[in-house]
Every structure is written in structure tokens, then in C-alpha cells.
Design a protein around this ligand. Sequence first.
Ligand SMILES: C[S@@+](CC[C@H](N)C(=O)[O-])C[C@H]1O[C@@H](n2cnc3c(N)ncnc32)[C@H](O)[C@@H]1O
Length: 213
Amino acid sequence: MADNGHDGAPGALGAVYAAKRPEEVAALYDSWSQTYDADMSAAGYRHPTICLALLARHLPRGASPLLDAGAGTGLIGEWLSITGYPLVEALDISQGMLAQAARKGVYSALHCLALGGPLPFVDGAYAGIVSAGVFTSGHVGVEGLDELIRICRPGGVIVLTVKNTLWDAGFAERIAELEAQGVVTRAEETAPYVSMPGEADTVPSRGLVLRVS
Ligand SMILES: C[S@@+](CC[C@H](N)C(=O)[O-])C[C@H]1O[C@@H](n2cnc3c(N)ncnc32)[C@H](O)[C@@H]1O
């Protein structure tokens, strides 16, 4: 788990940021799942849009299969199929969120699993991985990165968002280390932006594109 710091987000998201255990996170998202899309829309939630733009810039149309890691209700999955990525699998710790994602009918497989530990996929299983709004307070920390790198095929990309709180608490150093080791190349890094303009005091995040060597 990442840090547990609140960053001013009220309601359901504030509670999730403060969660201390993965089971707690899953339960909170389970109970939020039915109103998540409407709540995030009202907050002007930007991570899926930013991630989609980054993915489309760095991964050719038709690349397959992709993994939406921390897919939630499938906000980005809907757009991936429209923009030319035909086979996308969803992974999330919350069965309730995955049930909402399933209703959209855009994922070829749904995996109820936790990021942050070993994942049951072979090395290089995915041509690309997207993880929007997951590397954030109370969710997944830098410990979740190595497995995503392992299951992404060489030449593939991982598009993720990282909240500043995590970035400043070890994420930046870890990325620099992985680059120095030749494990990944930082293909793109956005300036920090506010992911939910409709929520006061949202701590900024950045979008990151890592190309796996
Ligand atoms: C803010 S939501 C983002 C969902 C989706 N990517 C989006 O942008 O709408 C965070 C998601 O991460 C999931 N999550 C939190 N911790 C997780 C973990 N350890 N492993 C897998 N998923 C996790 C939550 O269940 C939730 O669906």
C-alpha cells in the first residue's frame, strides 16, 4: 500500500485514500461502485483521458492484448475499444467495480486480483498496460511496479498516473534506478496536473509512459 495521507478529497474517495489494508480498499470500492462513474464525472475526473492520449501516442493501433490494471468500472476500457485496441483485460481488487466494468462489455477477461504482489501472468503477457488513478494515496505504491514491468513484453509500454505524494516519496528515485539499469525508458512524463478539478485541494499527479526494454 502507498501512504495513507488524505489530500482533501471528500466523501468516498477521501475514505479510500485513508484506507490501511487492501481488503478495506476493496470493500470501500465495492460499496462505491454503482455511483463511481457519476461521482467522478461530476468531479471532472481526467486520468482516463490523459492515459488514453498517452497510450495512443506510444502504442500502435491494434496492439494486443492490453491490461487495464486497476480498471475500476472500465472508464478507459470503453474508449480503448473505440480507439482501436481490440483486446483488453481488466484487473481490479474490487469485485464490485469489476461487476460494473463487466456490464460495459468491453473487456475480454476480468481478473479480481491485487496489485502490489505477485501476479499470475507469464512474463511479457501484455503488449501494453494502462493504470489510471491507481498509484495514489492508500491504493498501490511503487512496490506494484516491478510486476507490471515483468508482464509487459519488451518494446511494450506501461502508461500510469502517479500522485505527487508517491512521486516524492520514492517513486521518482525508483524510476531513475530502473532507467539506469536499462529495464525501462521513460518515453514521456507529463507536467503534474490536477486529476479532479471539481474537488478542492486535489494533490496533483503526473502521467508517465515507460517503455519496457
Ligand atoms: C480511482 S479508481 C481508478 C479506476 C479506473 N482506473 C479509473 O480511472 O476510473 C482506483 C481503482 O484501483 C483499484 N485498486 C486499489 N487498490 C488496488 C490493488 N492493490 N490492486 C488492484 N486494484 C486496486 C480500486 O478498486 C479502484 O477500482
